[in-house]
Design a protein around this ligand. Structure first.
Ligand SMILES: *Cc1c(COP(=O)(O)O)cnc(C)c1O
Length: 382
């Protein structure tokens, strides 16, 4: 199987795209137009309006979470979740190096440093085995907190990420963290519509976050949300994301340092329609994934699939080449043909701002980083 055959198959799968095939594009129907038009007609396009409440209710209901708070993007959702779970300056937060930069940046915004734990080869999410190894080797419990014996710092949270919408072994991760007194915030930015053992991702940990950026499975233009089953935590997050203003008909009193992270009503209107269409998108994306799987079955290329116990949203389909050289050849050729492919992110522990952070071997992350590519994944009629 050479790159040309794969490219030919992708082109056949996405006909009517003579000027190039995007990696992922949003689908905007008349429902989106209707809700956004309603919002425009109401003139409530900004920080107050009924679509924000509507969206928060829809997200909670969809995920089976008690509460959700809609915010301006996934990065701010992560930041506010970390801050609300009491991650402070000079502390450490466990996460994975195979992720989008926002995961570590949000930790950094709190003044904390990431610790990078390796991923599993199959899920591409944080490896519970690697997590437990790290903690057994380097951590101890003091006064009901987890302390890194090497740095002397408190490990104040763990942020596993569900890569491309594939569920990580999140129940094992949560049970390890529970034993070690570490709160879990799931970076489910890519994973709305994905389930592990029948339970929606983002609802296993103390909090979970989603992104509704334009390239994600559903979009608000830009947006994000925090979900949690802890009502007090949700209240704290709502307060912090709305400038920490106390409730009063006209007085502007703010009782702590807050943020302007609230999702504008016009973005919520768009997201409202997208949420109503989400299950339709997922059905189409699963059909496309089945089609890809069948094609790659007869090749030596590994088409990433959901584990048993998992149901993935197939946000971005992912293939794994035998070698870096074959992978690079495919990247070059598909780029020339204007096919939207994407290699994995550069591992976060190699970026200038994170190069001195603590990490384990990163064996699997390095292996995957050199071999995987995302291929066109828009919700089409495959
Ligand atoms: C998209 C994404 C984010 C950030 O979301 P934005 O809405 O772009 O701020 C965070 N983490 C991961 C893994 C993402 O893919």
């Amino acid at each position: 199987m050479n790159s040309k055959d794969i490219i030919l198959f992708i082109k056949k799968t996405f006909p009517h795209k003579e000027n190039g095939i995007p990696l992922h594009e949003p689908i905007i129907s008349s429902l989106e137009q209707k809700y956004v038009q309603n919002c425009l007609d109401s003139t409530f396009v900004s920080s107050v309006g009924p679509f924000v409440d509507l969206v928060e209710n829809k997200i909670s209901e969809y995920c089976g979470a008690k509460r959700s708070v809609a915010v301006v993007n996934g990065t701010s959702a992560l930041h506010i979740a970390l801050e609300s779970l009491d991650v402070n300056k000079g502390e450490e937060v466990i996460t994975q190096s195979l992720s989008f930069v926002a995961t570590s940046n949000a930790i950094n915004y709190c003044g904390a440093s990431p610790i990078f734990i390796d991923v599993d080869l199959d899920t591409m999410g944080m490896s519970p085995t690697a997590l437990l190894n790290f903690l057994n080797l380097n951590a101890e419990i003091q006064n009901n907190h987890c302390i890194n014996k090497l740095s002397g710092k408190k490990i104040s949270a763990c942020v596993p990420m569900h890569t491309f919408g594939f569920p990580a072994r999140i129940d094992e991760i949560c049970s390890i963290c529970k034993n070690w007194k570490i709160p879990v915030i799931e970076d489910a930015a890519e994973a709305i519509g994905s389930y592990y053992k029948g339970k929606h991702l983002g609802t296993f940990g103390d909090a979970g976050i989603f992104s509704f950026n334009g390239n994600k499975i559903i979009t608000a233009g830009g947006g994000g949300a925090v979900v949690t089953n802890d009502s007090l935590l949700a209240d704290r997050i709502k307060h912090l994301t709305t400038t920490a203003k106390t409730v009063h008909p006209y007085k502007y009193h703010h009782d702590q340092l807050g943020y302007n992270y609230r999702m504008p009503n016009i973005n919520a209107a768009l997201l409202c329609a997208q949420l109503e269409n989400l299950n339709k998108f997922i059905e189409k994306k699963r059909n496309l994934a089945f089609k890809y799987r069948k094609f790659f079955e007869s090749t030596e290329i590994d088409f990433k699939w959901e584990n048993e116990n998992s149901r993935a949203n197939f946000w971005l389909n992912c293939i794994q080449f035998k070698s870096k050289e074959e992978r690079n050849q495919f990247i070059i050729e598909s780029n020339q043909q204007h096919i939207g492919i994407r290699p994995a992110w550069e591992l976060l522990h190699t970026l200038p701002m994170y190069k001195d952070c603590m990490k384990d071997s990163q064996k699997n992350a390095l292996f995957l980083q050199e071999r995987i590519v995302n291929i066109p994944s828009s919700a089409i009629n495959a």
